[in-house]
Write a protein that binds this ligand. Sequence first.
Ligand code: PAN
Ligand code: ZN
Length: 188
Amino acid sequence: MNNILVPQTGFTGKHLTGEKIDKAVRKISDLSSIFNDEAAFAAAPPDKIVYEVESYLPVKDGTTGGLFFGITHLHPGMVGNEYFMTKGHFHKLADRGEFYWGIEGEGMLILMDKNRKTWAEKMYPGSLHYIDGYIAHRTANTGSGIFSFGACWPSDAGHDYDIISQHGFSKILVEENGTPVLIDRVKD
Ligand code: PAN
Ligand code: ZN
């Protein structure tokens, strides 16, 4: 025994391999109250996959001082004029930050502070994004192929989905003349 170990988990650049990988799939039917256009949402195929998340969770959820590592794959598509996007969340321990980085395809990182000020950053292969604590975050696929990005966050951060599912972000990302634009969300 020479104390040189072989890792049991790998990162191929796009996918995670090996042990302790958690896989989650989010379909249209899992995303009620996320999209603004309720009629378009009701008409969308409920079983269509919107995104998949592979996560390496080396420690128990809630552990102070540990880290989690995930890759999200957002499929291309729209609900009405809104791009396919993740649910979005604040962290349950609200001061916990996170890194995101673009791996493949084109997307947008949509951010909102506690005062409901919303802005967005373009994501593309090689882009790196530091998400400060107290900032809600979600991503949207603005391209025609799969959009994949990496994430690294503290293992005690947790996810608070309730505020976003009840009140949304104050702005939504829609396609206008083939271009993504961030506009005020007016709920009818
Ligand atoms: C990411 C997200 C992932 C899926 O790993 O959890 O992109 O988005 P939702 O969790 O909003 O469905 C992250 O931000 N972790 O903290
Ligand atoms: Zn997060």
